[in-house]
Write a protein that binds this ligand. Structure first.
Ligand code: GLV
Ligand code: MN
Length: 198
């Protein structure tokens, strides 16, 4: 998790107001802090899942919710269409508690020993992803599914598996990826065509 706070709060100043600071972001003056700084409404609405993954993550990290600065926690909303997947990724700075609010999803992670742990998790149930482990949520129910994901970091960071390998900018050489995955460069080119932006 994040460092312990040394004051009641440190609402992050608007971007451009200051330099990056450690730990967390610079505080806005305490005299300007208002109740709304501790309030966040973006998770009241579903985000569109009309995309190739059939999923949407609405972030609630310190960048979206400045009142979280120095408090060592954050939360996301995950919406999944039927059959939708929040694709494989990891968080370098945080564990993740997945609390399902609606529907049923297969939630799983792979340990450093290569063991896959997973459960079908239903409304009201939770599953925990240890820090740094590669994981996903996959809607296995008939309808839409929704979870809140809770982190012991204000900014967990996200490493998206496919994007970081096949969408890196500038690109990782085909030869490196082909060797790493023991496949032909053609397969790497196909994957890059899906995950490279340019
Ligand atoms: C789900 O895995 C999330 O990172 O919000
Ligand atoms: Mn996650």
């Amino acid at each position: 998790g994040d460092p312990e706070p040394v004051q009641d709060f440190c609402v992050a100043a608007p971007r451009g107001d200051g330099e990056a600071a450690f730990p967390g972001l610079p505080c806005k003056p305490a005299s300007t802090v208002v109740s709304d700084d501790f309030f966040f409404a973006a998770h009241a609405r579903a985000a569109s899942t009309d995309n190739p993954m059939g999923s949407a993550v609405t972030p609630g990290n310190v960048e979206a919710f400045p009142g979280l600065n120095t408090l060592g926690l954050s939360l996301n909303r995950v919406d999944l269409a039927p059959g939708g997947v929040n694709p494989l990724h990891s968080h370098p700075r945080s564990a993740e508690l997945v609390h399902v609010e609606d529907g049923e999803m297969l939630v799983g992670f792979v340990s450093t020993e290569g063991k896959f742990y997973s459960k079908v998790v239903r409304a009201g149930e939770s599953f925990v992803i240890p820090r740094g482990m590669m994981h996903f949520q996959y809607n296995v129910g008939a309808g839409a599914a929704r979870a809140m994901t809770v982190f012991n970091s204000q900014l967990p960071g996200v490493v998206l598996a496919a994007q970081s390998l096949f969408g890196a900018e500038p690109e990782i050489p085909d030869a490196v990826l082909a060797k790493s995955f023991e496949v032909d460069a053609e397969i790497i080119k196909l994957l890059k065509s899906k995950f490279r932006k340019g």
